[in-house]
Design a protein around this ligand. Structure first.
Ligand SMILES: Cc1ncc(COP(=O)(O)O)c(C=O)c1O
Length: 354
């Protein structure tokens, strides 16, 4: 039985709040003399004109994105990176110093940071030793104040897909809040997204991003997908023009370039497999975890020393050795073939000197 009711999950004052009404909310036409937003009618201090506020709801992008993702434009929220909807969903649902969220370490750090910034309690239920959800423990940690459960699949920093049945079990048994499924690395995996299933799961919000497979990290554009009612509420509490005009224009001009995404995923996945094969040969490498993402989590004999040595050589990887269940592990983003070969030659040199 589906007992989900968003009205009971959202903080009461937000339900009652009158959102800021921007000039572009009151008149959405393109033609006219615009004397409503205190813009500069002469133009811009740059060669290209940026003097008009952008579409606050980015409808042109959403119209093009919806068929790519198998959903309706109204089921999409765009944010300043997917970090924005992570923060917004916490602010929308969690009463500070009262409610709590569940996260599943080792996982992406921003769930904890955003919850802490909002003074929201965090319950940590570690993944199992093979980085899967301890479903029973998660379900028994849910209490009446639990509003959100964050699941990252493929998971950062471990790289693996989280078992779909386990995710479904959490979704089906958590109707008092929202399950946030972070699919930032889904483009690299063979796993279907949860987006096309959103109509069956009103208690799910899916996150994706343009920062990874699309190669647009600097544009800062993240996506959240959910039922229309939840998307409306996110729109209600976001900054009015959260996606700047330059980002909107740049994406709109290139959103048809899905071929780039396909090709770069293919190349990066091949590079990942070659890097993995080569790393396995090194004596300093103890274990390489299975990855469905554009990085590898590698356990070394002495991660910290290797990390420092690589930094000295101006080759930067991510030290995850202090993270729970990631002892002695470094997270290595997949580079170009040349970059990976460079890394391999540094590690080979290091290994041979021991
Ligand atoms: C799992 C996960 N989610 C979200 C993000 C944030 O991405 P964005 O650049 O869209 O803020 C990252 C970035 O590394 C990530 O690893």
């Amino acid at each position: 039985m589906n007992s989900f009711n968003l009205q009971n999950i959202v903080r009461k004052h937000i339900l009652n709040l009158a959102p800021y009404s921007s000039a572009r909310d009151e008149y959405t036409g393109k033609e006219g003399i615009f004397l409503d937003a205190n813009e500069n009618p002469i133009g811009s201090a740059t060669p290209e004109n940026w003097n008009r506020y952008p579409d606050p709801y980015q409808w042109q992008i959403k119209e093009k994105l919806a068929p790519l993702k198998g959903c309706r434009p109204t089921q999409i929220f765009l944010g300043n990176g997917s970090d924005e909807p992570i923060d917004l969903i916490i602010r929308l649902t969690c009463e500070p110093q009262h409610d709590n969220v569940i996260i599943l370490p080792p996982t992406y750090g921003m769930y904890e940071v955003s919850a802490s910034v909002n003074n929201v309690e965090i319950q940590k239920i570690n993944l199992t030793s093979d980085y899967q959800i301890n479903t029973e423990k998660v379900l028994s940690a849910i209490n009446p104040k639990t509003k959100l459960i964050f699941i990252c699949s493929p998971n950062n920093p471990t790289g693996n897909i989280i078992d779909r049945h386990a995710i479904l079990k959490i979704i089906n048994n958590f109707q008092q809040g929202i399950v946030v499924i972070d699919e930032a690395y889904n483009d690299f995996a063979d796993e279907p997204s949860f987006i096309p299933e959103l109509d069956n799961f009103p208690n799910v919000m899916v996150l994706q991003t343009f920062s990874k497979a699309w190669g647009l990290a600097s544009l800062r554009l993240g996506m959240a997908f959910a039922n229309e009612e939840l998307i409306k509420l996110l729109n209600k509490i976001k900054y009015p023009y959260n996606i700047n005009g330059l980002t909107q224009k740049s994406l709109l001009e290139n959103i048809d370039n899905v071929n780039f995404v396909k090709e770069s995923v293919k190349t990066l996945n091949q590079n990942r497999d070659s890097l993995k094969t080569a790393l396995k040969e090194l004596a300093i490498v103890e274990h390489i975890y299975p990855s469905d993402a554009n990085f590898l989590l590698v356990r070394f004999s002495n991660a910290k020393q290797i990390f420092d040595y690589l930094i000295e050589q101006k080759t930067i990887v991510r030290d995850r050795s202090k993270v729970v269940l990631c002892d002695n592990s470094l997270r290595i983003s997949i580079g170009t073939e040349q970059e990976n070969n460079h890394l391999l030659s540094l590690l080979t040199n290091y290994s041979e000197k021991l």
